[in-house]
Design a binder for this molecule. Structure first.
Ligand code: FAD
Length: 379
C-alpha cells in the first residue's frame, strides 16, 4: 500500500488550497472528498466571495490577506483564468461601530489608503445606496471579490499538475498504525484505507462531527445567500457599485456585491445554528428571502427586483470569530484547519502555504498562536 506524506480530508476551498501547496512542495499527497468539488453543499459556493485588505475583524489578518492577494494573482496567471475582480469596497455603519472603527484601525496600523465619507456623499458617489443619515463609510480601493467555483477548480487543477491525487470517498475515521501518538495513520473511508504520515482535517461544517475524540469549539450556522435583478442596472455595475458591508445595528451586518451575470448578490452575515449540516433544510423559505429583501429595500432600493437565486451555505464558527488552525491534542500529526467563521475564503491560498509550512518545517513565517485550540481552554 502507498504511504502518503499527507492526506487532506475535505476539498472545499481550504482543503483544495492545502492540497495544492503541499503538492507543490514535492510531498506525496492525497485529497479526499465525499462530493465532487466544487459543489454547492458546503461553504465554498455562490456567486462571489469578498476580499478586502483593511480588515475590520482584527489587524492581524492584514499580512495574511496581503499574502493571499499575491497568491490569488499568481494562481490567475498560472491558470489563465480570472479569479479576482477589484471593485473597491465600502464599509458602512455608525461612527464607532465595530465595522467602521475596525476597518479604520487596520488601515491606520498597516498604512492602507482609505477615504471616509458621510451618508450623503456615499449616496452621491454610489447612487445605488440609499441615503441614510448619521453614518460613515470607509472606502477601500483594493477590495473586490473572488469567483468561488473557479478558485476551487484552479487550486485543484494546479494541485493535480504538481502530482496530488484525489478520491471521491467518505472518510469514516482513522487510527494509529503503531498505537503511537506520532506514528503513521490508517485513514478509513467507505472506499478503502490509506496510510499517511500526517492528516489535515479541512471538512468545513462537517469538522465537528469527524471522530477527533474532542468536542471542538465550533458552531455550524445555516446561512442564506440571495441574488436579485436590479431595476436600475446601471447603478449596479462594477464601475458604479463597490463590494460593501453595512453594520445596520450593533453586530448585525448586511453585505453585497455589484451585479454578477445580471443579479446583485446580498446576504446577512449571520445564520441559524444547526446541529448537523446533512439534516439542515436546503430550501430557502419565503420568510428568509423576505428578510433579505427588506434590507435590500432599505439600503439598496434599486436592487429590489425579481429574486434570481437563493441558496444556503454554512458558516463554521469559533466563539471569538477567529480561525482554528492547530494540531489535534494527543495526535500531533493531525492538523485541524477551520478557517471560516464566515470570512475565510479570501485567505485560502495563504492558509494552504501556512499548512504546508507546518507539515514540512513544523512552523512557518506567520504566527498562528491566535488560531490555537488552547485559547478556548478554561483558565
Ligand atoms: C454565504 C457565505 C458567504 C461567505 N462570504 C465570504 C466572503 O465574502 N469572503 C470570505 O472570505 N469568506 C466568506 N465566507 C466563508 C468562506 O466561504 C468559508 O470560510 C470557506 O468556504 C470554508 O471552506 P472549507 O473548505 O473550510 O469548507 P467547505 O467548503 O464546506 O469544504 C468542506 C469539504 O469537506 C468535505 N467533507 C466533509 N466531511 C467529509 C468526510 N467525512 N469525508 C470526505 N469529505 C468530507 C465536504 O464534502 C466539503 O467539500 C462565506 C461563507 C458563506 C457560507
Amino acid at each position: 500500500m502507498i504511504t502518503y506524506d499527507a492526506v487532506v480530508i475535505g476539498l472545499g476551498v481550504m482543503g483544495s488550497a492545502v492540497l495544492r501547496s503541499v503538492a507543490a512542495r514535492g510531498l506525496r499527497v492525497l485529497g479526499i472528498d465525499r462530493q465532487h468539488p466544487p459543489h454547492a453543499l458546503g461553504s465554498s459556493h455562490g456567486r462571489a466571495r469578498m476580499i478586502r485588505e483593511a480588515y475590520f475583524e482584527h489587524p492581524l489578518y492584514v499580512p495574511l490577506v496581503r499574502h493571499a492577494y499575491d497568491l490569488w494573482e499568481r494562481l490567475e496567471r498560472e491558470s489563465g483564468t480570472t479569479l479576482l475582480r477589484i471593485t473597491g469596497g465600502a464599509f458602512i455603519g455608525e461612527e464607532g461601530s465595530e465595522l467602521v472603527s475596525g476597518t479604520l484601525e487596520s488601515s491606520r496600523l498597516h498604512g492602507i489608503p482609505v477615504d471616509v465619507v458621510d451618508g450623503a456623499e456615499l449616496g452621491r458617489v454610489f447612487p445605488a445606496f440609499a441615503q441614510q443619515p448619521g453614518i460613515r463609510a470607509v472606502l477601500e480601493r483594493r477590495a473586490g471579490y473572488l469567483d468561488p467555483d473557479r478558485c476551487v477548480r484552479a487550486l485543484l487543477d494546479r494541485a493535480e499538475e504538481s502530482g496530488a491525487e484525489r478520491r471521491i470517498e467518505e472518510v469514516i475515521g482513522w487510527e494509529s498504525e503503531s498505537g503511537h501518538h506520532d506514528g503513521r495513520l490508517r485513514v478509513i473511508t467507505d472506499g478503502g484505507e490509506h496510510v499517511t504520515d500526517s492528516l489535515v482535517l479541512a471538512a468545513g461544517p462537517w469538522l465537528p462531527s469527524l471522530p477527533t475524540g474532542h468536542r471542538l469549539p465550533l458552531t455550524v450556522e445555516r446561512v442564506v445567500q440571495a441574488a436579485f435583478a436590479p431595476d436600475r442596472p446601471a447603478d449596479y455595475t462594477e464601475e458604479s457599485l463597490p463590494v460593501f458591508a453595512w453594520e445596520f445595528e450593533p453586530g448585525r451586518v448586511f453585505y453585497g456585491f455589484p451585479a454578477i451575470e445580471g443579479a446583485v448578490k446580498v446576504g446577512l452575515h449571520h445564520g441559524t445554528p444547526v446541529s448537523d449540516p446533512d439534516s439542515a433544510s436546503r430550501e430557502v423559505s419565503a420568510t428568509e428571502t423576505d428578510e433579505v429583501r427588506s434590507l435590500v429595500r432599505k439600503f439598496l432600493p434599486g436592487a429590489d427586483g425579481p429574486l434570481v437565486e437563493a441558496n444556503i451555505c454554512f458558516y463554521t464558527k469559533t466563539p471569538d470569530g477567529h480561525f482554528l488552525i492547530d494540531r489535534l491534542p494527543g495526535l500531533e500529526q493531525v492538523l485541524l484547519v477551520s478557517c471560516c467563521s464566515g470570512h475565510g475564503f479570501k485567505f485560502a491560498p495563504a492558509i494552504g502555504e501556512l499548512v504546508a509550512d507546518l507539515l514540512t518545517q513544523g512552523a512557518g513565517g506567520f504566527d498562528i498562536s491566535p488560531f490555537s485550540l488552547s485559547r478556548f481552554e478554561d483558565g
